[in-house]
Design a protein around this ligand. Sequence first.
Ligand code: S3P
Length: 184
Amino acid sequence: MKQQFLPEISKTIVLVGLMGAGKTCIGQRLANALNLPFVDADDEIEKAAGCSISDIFDLYGEPKFRDGEKKVISRLLNEPIHVLATGGGAFVNRDTRERIKKNAISIWIRADIELLLSRTRSRNNRPLLKNTNPRAKLQQLINQRYPSYSQADIVIDSGYEAPDITVKQVISALETFNVSMRDR
Ligand code: S3P
């Protein structure tokens, strides 16, 4: 197989996008390809809180979760360079978005609603999709959040292709991004 040229990475890479877009799956593979550590912000929030995200929502409510999410991501952005997958709401928060824009390279993993639905259907670990019509909820989130996601440095469309294909697209886009930053 042809070896892909690896871009120089000078900042943490942050993946943003809706639930089910594949941020964790792509992030793990991307980190592996770039030889960087992978961190999942939701896992870090759970570790910090000592309970699951569902329990945080149930016991303390969404605002408390958002507060923790903001603090955890802010801390992670000060850690050595890594690939960071964020929860779907993180980049919608203005402070978090500005911090990511300043200190990291942001990549929106965009997927269509059918794919998001099929990927989120099998698991019951997402409080925002519980006890609701998931299609209507995801459509509402698309309408609310896409203006924020579109502020990411790089946008990658992810479909039904194998994750490694998407990772290759991300790596090429990072190289193009580096060149455009150099030319500024
Ligand atoms: C959320 C997405 C989830 C998790 C939480 C809230 C959101 O993460 O952070 O349930 O607001 O979209 P994933 O996007 O990794 O599923």
